[in-house]
Structure formats: structure tokens, C-alpha cells
Ligand binder design. Sequence first.
Ligand SMILES: Cc1ncc(C[n+]2csc(CCOP(=O)(O)OP(=O)(O)O)c2C)c(N)n1
Ligand SMILES: [Mg+2]
Length: 926
Amino acid sequence: MEFTITTQARSATRERSTVTVHDQDPYSSNHVDADPEETSEWNESLDALVDERGRGRGRDIMLSLLKRSKELHLGVPMVPTTDYINTIASENEPDFPGDEDIERRYRAWIRWNAAMTVHRAQRPGIGVGGHISTYASSAALYEVGFNHFFRGQDAPGGGDQIYIQGHASPGTYARAFLEGRLSTDQLDGFRQEKSHAPHGLSSYPHPRLMPDFWQFPTVSMGLGPINAIYQAHLAKYVTNRGIKDASDQQVWAFLGDGEMDEVESRGQLQVAANEGLDNLNFVINCNLQRLDGPVRGNGKIIQELESFFRGAGWNVIKVIWGREWDDLLNRDTDGALLNLMNVTPDGDFQTYKTEDGAYVRENFFGRDERALKLVEGYTDDEVWNLKRGGHDYRKVYAAFKAASEHKGQPTVILAHTIKGYGLGPSFEGRNATHQMKKMTLDNLKTFRDTMRIPITDSQLEENPYLPPYYHPGEDDEAIQYLHERRRALGGYVPERRSKYTQLNLPDDSAYAAAKKGSGTQEIATTMAFVRLLKDLLRAKDFGNRIVPIIPDEARTFGMDAFFPSAKIYNPNGQHYTSVDRELLLAYKESPQGQIVHVGINEAGAVAAFSAIGTSYSVQGEPLIPVYVFYSMFGFQRTADAIWAAGDQMTRGFMIGATAGRTTLTGEGLQHADGHSLLLSSSNPAVVSYDPAYGYEIAHIVRSGIQRMYGGEHEDPNVMYYLTVYNEPMVMPVEPEGVDVDGIVRGIHRISTSDKQGPKAQLMASGVAVPWAIEAQQLLADDWGVSADVWSVTSWTELRRDGLAADQHNFLHPQEERRVPYVTEKLSGAAGPFVAVTDHMHAVPDQIRQFVPGDFATLGADDFGFSDTRAAARRFFKIDGPSLVVRTLQQLAARGEVDASLPQQAIDRYRLHDVNAGNTGNAGGES
Ligand SMILES: Cc1ncc(C[n+]2csc(CCOP(=O)(O)OP(=O)(O)O)c2C)c(N)n1
Ligand SMILES: [Mg+2]
């Protein structure tokens, strides 16, 4: 598109506009027509056709011309939506290969048992909730998949990955019950995971809670879609890189139409299209409702999604009407019915399903005489029985088949359904249906009749809280059929496995350089980490398993050095002449590239991290994601996705670069991170570290790799989070006999003062460790105080260890008291403890109750701002002199130095003057 601000009149008759827009829009008033006379002849022909043959015929001709124009590559802009009918015409539907009658039979049993699982969970004394209506609306969608498409992990290609809509989980449990994988006791343990242990079932798909069953957590709306995209991306990635042939696998993601309003649901659709993820299928259950009411009462969510997905480059298959409509549509020669379908808003479609056949006849068909005539010979019951496509087995089968065979693009199936389908009038299509969990005796009886469940009235009346589940027994023909289908498809689904190819962990040599320090060169911990990563990438039979993930910050962190060697993964390769091809650090894209560069896209980066970090389980091939990001845009922006990654039992490393509230000079409030370590501490699957030196980083990373893939740790399913900084400093050589255990567990002493005088203990982490060393010097030189310095590599791990000890002592008062690690570490240290970090006070305060003595903390609690490091640190009173003053106050309070010293120190260092600080380097690259 080109915008000019000069006026360019195209024809004398047209009014001049101040802005001329040159675009391809044929409707724009400035569209250039080379031969207006000829054009008007065409227009007149169309007018004549419509006059003579009607609007329907006019539409047909136009659609046909559009189709032809596409074949002729005329570049006519795409029409974003198609008619509100099935994409696959009935004459193009494949034969249904299954036994529809048998499948319908046990689908009804599954639907019954799913509803009973939730209903029974509301029995007196339990009342733990659940959802009935969502699965009721999507049962046919799942069952077509389970019977004909979803391959288990014993299938030759490795099976498919199925993302099940979170609150449809009762349906999956009910199927597993028919399959003999779950017992009635387990169904009764729905949502009672502790009180019904070991037979509890999690509310939603939670791999962490049911690690042999669920693979993918989905219930936080929006994460299922984005994670499914990156799961499909992973299959292509491992195939392209020759790690594993996953080319025959498919990802099926079941999503809600309401869920599609989440930004994460739609925000990465272009990635799936650009990368040609034809192994990806979204199945959107368009029941037109979300929790509170209609998704688009006044509009049409299916049409909206169709245009959105098509615009993003997806293959769209709409399954709107059941087979009962085929005949009507065939007879609808003038397009009257089609027109009604096109113009009826979702809100009305929802309402029809809460009324009856007579209402539908009058209020839907009745709006056009010709449409009304089409159903003239239908009884009201027959009108009522005109079904939605998502409940029609054959229509759904046709769509799934087309989706699974489609090449070159991802596919979305938009399936029109009714929320609460089959549950009777008090559930179907009701606005409140999402949260209805209990059925009345009447509801139960109607539902039982609809589903043809052989359970008697008296069985239901006996205890309406506990209507029986139904299983006909293993020998039943339908159950045999069900097993046979799963056998043919490679085993039961879902199933989570945790066997994988063993990794050859790197030996000492990969970590050797990090221990040598940086000599006289000043480098930031970010660079120290990147150097270590470079060495790990070279480790034999291991380096190829590392997957750096970068959301467009590689240059900031010095990771552009990896571009030419590791290369950026792009399944399409690099088809352009790169601007920097002559440079040593040229931007290289390749289908075999190792780096996953997701663009400016932290949400996608975490989705990629989750898929890559669970490749050990999903693909049986471990990959170690190393996701490097701006620390402010990590936990703060995507904590929920990282929480889900924890649920999925992702293993990998997250590197929060440019950490610290005062270290990233000049960037200010939105960039200055002083709390990501608090946020990370709230995720039980995250092990957080705030290292100061390169050698600490090496020990931490090594222990992390060991924990995740060494095969010895009882809990390998963790994600390491390391904050690194961009302030250059000399990285010291690793001291002889360094306290490796201390580094890994969270604290080690890095300097002991032999100065004679009152003692103090300075504790610091990350970029603040040099401030503590500066303070140690000032205390000795200016005030005769002897201070030791501790590097606290992990406040969080120390706290967790302390809490575990506390809990043990609380519950086992008779046993020997456990002493927290940090308490034990500090127990021999004399004097008060004073801690400083470049984060909020609450970061070091995490260990307060475990510090054996007086404890004061310094921190940067307010919003960050832009300034020099020295000024910012002085402002927050966290620099070297501030630490000195705080230490003197502690000593004065204990009577170990003169009470006047703190004020003297404040005056001497001009503590109130932000221009008097000089702690830290000015500027510097990461
Ligand atoms: C991020 C997030 N926000 C809110 C919810 C609560 N919630 C659970 S289901 C639901 C409605 C879902 O509607 P839809 O996606 O249309 O699914 P349906 O049940 O209609 O198939 C909501 C709001 C959630 N689980 N996650
Ligand atoms: Mg919905």
C-alpha cells in the first residue's frame, strides 16, 4: 500500500481528496479502471441476470467467477468467508469406514458416564464441581478421533499428540473407564486427589498430577492452542534436524470457541501457516457459548474464525450442518435457505435450541416463504431433528479425514455444536449450562432415555446422588470393537511416557573455561553464560541436544555469535540474499538450524520451551531448551505459561538476562527487573539462581543438567531460572577447593577477612556481590570492621530447604530437629548479617527466619528509572557505602561499635546525595 499526501485526481468528475490511497481494494473510490465502458457492460449483464434468475443465481455466477479468477492467478483479493454451510459438500464425503451403530452405542455410554462422574462428585459431603455440558457438546468430535484418527504411541510413526479441552476431561475419563483403564472407584475419585488417593482423578488434564495419563495441560484458556502450534513445530524441528523422524505424527488440538478470544489462541496462527505445519489440526468446538453466555450473540463466531484463520493462511473446514439438512440444501435452488443461514446471528441459533420444532419453523424458516416451503412436508419433530454438523459422525469424519490429509497448511475444523447436547431441555443451549453440575431425577431419566442406557427408574430413584455408571462388560461386542479400534491405531490415548534415549552428559572439559575466569577482561555474567553455552554446544554427542530459544534479543546478549555455526531454524531455509552474507557473524537460516528464533514473542517462546523441554517424554528424545530473554518479560509476562510448563514437567533452562533494578542502565521503569526472582520463586517447578560469577554459573548449569538427565535425582522435572546481568566485571578464577555443594544449594563464602575488629557477615547475590566486596574493604579501611562476604546463589532454594526443615520439625516433634542448610552454614559466623541484592528487599528476606542472628536487608523496592548505575544504586541505598552504613548500624545496635559511627558514615559518604555514589561500572555491553 502506498500513501501520498498530494492530491491526484483520477477523473475530472471525482471529488478531490486530500489523501490518495493506492491500494488493491476494488471498492476504493480511487480504484483505477482502464476501460469503464466495458466494465459497465459486465455490470449490466450481472444486473440482468439477477433480475431474470434471482439473487441466488447471481451469487452462484459471482462465486464461480471468483473461483475461476483464482485459477487464472488474477490476484483478486481473497474472500475471507464462505457461506454458512459445510465446506465439504455431501457428494464429496468419503464413506464412513466404521460401524456407526456400534460407535453410537458406546459413545452414549461414554456420555452417560462422563455426566455421572461429574454428577456423583456433587454427592453430599463432596461437592467438588466439574463440567457436564462441554463434553456433551463435543462427544462426537472426540469419538470420531478416538475411533478413527488418533494414533497411540505404539503406532509406527510414534503416534499423535492430542490436546483435550481442559474442562471436557470427564469425557476422557469416561472413555478410559470403558477401555478398562480406569475403575469406578477412580471415576468416584474425580477431583479428590488426596482424599481419594491413590484413586483420585485430576480436575483437568494435569500431567504433573497424573503423569502416566495426561500429556498436555490445557485448562488455562489460550495455552492449549499456542502450545499445540509449538508441539507441531517440534515434530518438524526434530525431523528436519535428523534427531527423529516425526513426520508421520499429527497434533490435534480441541479448543473452545470462547477460548479463541484469548490473545494466545490467535497470536501465533501465522507461525503455523508460515512454517507449513500441516501436521497440525485445530478442532474448535463452536457451541456458540462460553461461560456466561453467547460468544458472539449478534454475530457469527464461525464466520469470524473462518476469516481470521484464512487470513492467517490456514486451511479451514466448516462442519455446520448434519446430514438431515442435505436434502433441504439441495432443494434450495434460489438460495433462500442459504441466505437465512448466512444472516441468522448466533444468539438466535442458540435460542432455537432451547425452544422446539414449531418455534424453529416459524422463527427460522418462517422468515422467507421459499425456505418455509422447503420444510412444508416436515413434522415439527423432523424440523427439530435437523442437527448441527458437529454432532454428525459422518460429517465430522469427512472433516477429520480431509484435515489429516491436507498438505502444506495447518487445518482448522470449525464444528457447529450445541452446548449441553443430549442432556435435555434444562441444559441444552442454556446460558447457565456451563456451570450446571447436578442433574435432577427427571433430568437423569430423560438423559438415560436419550442415551438408551439400560438402567431402571428404580436404580435411579434409589439414590439420585449416585446414579450408576454403565459398563456392559468386557465381552460386549461394542467394547470389543472399541478395543480393536485402539489396537489398530497403536494403543490408548491419552498416555504419557517417560522413557527416553539416554544422553551423554558433557565432561569437565565443557566447564573448564568458565572456571578460569576472564583474566583482565571485564565481562558480564550474560557473556560468561553465553561462553559456557558455546562450550556446551560443542560437547560431543550432547551439544546437538541443546536448543537455544531467543525472542529477538540475540544481539543484546551476544548470542549472534551462534548464528553462523548453530544457525537459525527455518523449515523454509533462506531464500533471499542476506544483507550481511559477507560478515563473519552472518544471519543464517536453515532447515537444519539449531536455534529456535521465535521473533518478538515471549508467549511463543514459552510454548516452544514447553514443547522442546518435554521432547524427552513426547518424542522419547531429550532436548534441552535454553531460553534467553529480557528478565522483565519472562515471568512477569508469561508466568501462567511457565506454570503450565511446570505442569507439563518441562525440563530446561531459562535465563533472565539484563536482570537487576539498577544494572540495565538507562532503560528504566518497564525494563528494570527487581522482582523476577520473587515471581520465579512462586513456581514449585522452578529452581532459581542469582549467580555472581562465571564459575558459579558453570556449577549451577552442570548440576541442573545432571539433575534433569543424570538419572539419579528423584525429581528431574524442573526448570532452572538463572538471572544474569549486563554489567562488565572481571570474572574471578574459581578458588581452589571451592564449595560446590554450597554453590548448588544456595550459599558459599567467597571472602574471609582477617582484619582484627568487630565482625560482620555480608551476604549478596548476583551483581551485588562486588558491592559487598567494596563494602568489606570500606568497613576494614574506614571503620576497622572485619567482614566476611557470602555469595548467595539462591535465596529461594535456601528458603525451600528451610521450610522443609521447619515442616519436618512441626510434624515430628519427637524426632531430632532438622537444621536448615543456611542456618547450619552461618552458625559459626560471628556478628550481624547484612544482605544486599539488586532486587526488592523481599528477595533476601526469603531466608529471614533461618538466619541465626541479627539480619538486615537492603533492596530496591520502587519502580526502576533510567540513570547511571551508580546514581540508581545510591538512590535505592543499595551501593557499597549504603551497605557499610547498614552494617555499622547493626554493630552499633549490638554495642559492638560506637553509636555515632552510622551518622559519621552517612556524612562521610554523603549517603543522601545520589551524585556521590560510584558503585558499579558505567555503561558496558552485556
Ligand atoms: C485463562 C482462563 N480464563 C478463564 C477460565 C475459566 N473458564 C473455564 S471454561 C470457560 C468457558 C469456556 O468457553 P469455551 O471456550 O467456549 O468452551 P466450551 O465449554 O463452550 O466448549 C472459562 C471462562 C480459564 N479456565 N482460563
Ligand atoms: Mg463454547
